[in-house]
Design a binder for this molecule. Structure first.
Ligand code: FAD
Ligand code: NAP
Length: 444
């Protein structure tokens, strides 16, 4: 592919940003890939459960091939945003041909109930980043008690349950699920990793408890139980003393503190179910129950980072519902409310386009589509190729002297691989930016 002369800034080197870089360079463009973390990979590096070593290593291999392309200029350790190292406005003014935001969804989605700010209450991502050793979460004191409630019934809840059961070996984990057994979002494969810690008689009692509600909307409690039985037959064996419970049809309403300001109770309202919009909706019954817990983790999805400098409503950046360059009917464009059209040259992909949606493969497809939308924009609008790519890169170098390039990442990876081999570990990760920078700068 010949050089197009275009330079695209991609913000965020998770799966979406990396796969978008691959596609953009395939169109002949140069890519400046800016990433807040020192290491690339996003949630593939710092989210996917640590025991899934094969999947993580497979992804790293693909990422290495993409990041080694000389057309991809990696800028790690650089945060874009209002209070970051460089703002979106600054980047816009530098002459990039287009900007693609693939910064994921970094903020927690609040429940909006009293007591949410108490000690002992955590957002799922903070805990996930902690056990996956992402600085600074890796070093944050995280006081996990003995009786832990996790709110939510997705795969993130399952990953957290697995960590609490296998690594922390707490006494009890209870998943607080607002709808019923038929509406859980976790995969059976993930259930199999933890179901050995469930007492199937207690699960049967819980399904019996909610069966009148299920039957009232035509659901079959026996089919629901059969799903868990099948998973139980394929349970991954483990030897943790932790009890794992699912508590269906209840929504958190309040958290109460002990004398030290640490959560001691989660008050839930029991729910009924109603059919709505082809699915079901939880409706509070006015009956409240108190769960005695000392830790609560919210695994109810994420929100995008408002500090990035794009318009936000709820948990999402606002896309233009009437895009100029749709791909497969999807808008990858950001709204400019004042002008009532797309913000020129700025695109979204991955979890920045749809927070907490899908696996790595989904992010890959989305990023590839976004690169197609950018290509259509560059061609149709007669965007002029950037004048002087070397000038743009040297402006960035001066502005961001602390940035980490890809050669530095390769040195860091080599060091970590050597440490893993020396210590007989499957994987070794440095857990602070200081340590990583020391290795990168040759101090180790
Ligand atoms: C706990 C958990 C476990 C998961 N397990 C699996 C699994 O087993 N298998 C699977 O296929 N999928 C899994 N997923 C889903 C998968 O991780 C996501 O689909 C995917 O990572 C989304 O990619 P992304 O690039 O959009 O966002 P992210 O992966 O979040 O990447 C965002 C990147 O942007 C950077 N960034 C953020 N803010 C800024 C900023 N202001 N400036 C510059 N850079 C910034 C970050 O440093 C990060 O590198 C899991 C998700 C979670 C939360
Ligand atoms: N192992 C893996 O492959 C893996 C691991 C982790 C994550 N992922 C992927 O990453 C994505 C995000 O996962 P996720 O678990 O964060 O999200 P998710 O699958 O959307 O699950 C979120 C859960 O939170 C509940 N919830 C949302 N708002 C709530 C509220 N206000 N009160 C109570 N409950 C609430 C939802 O219930 P309702 O259904 O009632 O809305 C749902 O059970 C998914 O695509 C997932 O598959 C994959």
């Amino acid at each position: 592919m010949t050089d197009s002369g275009f330079i695209v800034a991609v913000i965020g080197a998770g799966p979406a940003g990396i796969y978008a870089s691959k596609q953009l360079t395939a169109h002949g463009h140069e890519v400046v890939l800016i990433n807040k973390d020192i290491k690339p990979g996003g949630l593939a590096e710092y989210g996917i459960y640590p025991a899934k070593h094969k999947i993580r290593e497979g992804l790293r291999k693909q990422f290495r091939a993409i990041l080694s392309n000389p057309k991809v200029h990696y800028y790690g350790n650089v945060e874009v945003g209002e209070y970051g190292d460089v703002s979106l406005q600054q980047l816009k003014g530098m002459g990039f041909s287009a900007i693609l935001v693939t910064a994921g969804a970094q903020a927690g989605k609040p429940l909006g109930i009293p007591g949410e700010e108490l000690r002992g209450v955590y957002q799922a991502k903070d805990v996930v980043y902690h056990y996956n050793l992402l600085p600074p979460f890796s070093r944050m004191p995280m006081k996990i008690g003995k009786k832990v409630a996790i709110v939510g019934a997705g795969n993130v809840m399952m990953d957290l349950a697995r960590w609490l059961i296998d690594e922390k070996q707490v006494d009890e984990v209870v998943a607080v699920v607002r709808r019923g057994p038929a509406e859980v979002k976790f995969d059976k494969r993930e259930l199999e990793t933890v179901i050995a810690s469930m007492n199937m008689n207690i699960l049967q009692q819980e399904i019996d408890r909610v069966s009148p509600v299920m039957r009232s909307i035509g659901q079959d409690p026996d089919a629901a139980m059969a799903y868990y039985q099948e998973a139980y037959e394929n349970a991954e064996p483990h030897s943790s003393p932790t009890r794992f419970l699912l508590r269906f049809l209840c929504s958190p309403r309040k958290m109460v503190a002990n004398d030290h300001g640490i959560v001691k109770e989660l008050v839930v309202e029991e729910n009924s179910l109603q059919q709505a919009n082809g699915g079901t909706k939880a409706i509070g019954t006015g009956t409240y129950k108190t769960l005695n817990v000392d830790t609560v983790i919210l695994a109810i999805g994420d929100a995008v980072d408002e500090k990035l400098g794009l318009p936000v409503t709820g948990t999402q950046f606002v896309g233009n519902p009437n895009p100029t360059y749709p791909v497969e009917g999807i808008s990858y464009e950001v709204i400019d409310f004042a002008a009532e059209k797309s913000t020129k040259g700025i695109f979204l992909a991955g979890w920045s386009r749809q927070a907490s949606t899908g696996l790595v493969g989904t992010a890959r497809k989305d990023a590839t589509n976004a690169a197609t939308a950018i290509q259509a924009y560059l061609t149709a609008e007669g965007v002029k190729p950037a004048q002087g790519a070397p000038d743009l890169l040297s402006t960035l170098e001066q502005l961001l002297p602390h940035r980490v390039n890809y050669a530095a990442i390769q040195r860091l990876e080599e060091y970590e691989q050597t440490q893993a081999a020396l210590q007989g570990l499957v994987e070794f990760k440095l857990d602070s930016n200081l340590k990583m920078l020391k290795v990168i700068r040759g101090g180790e």
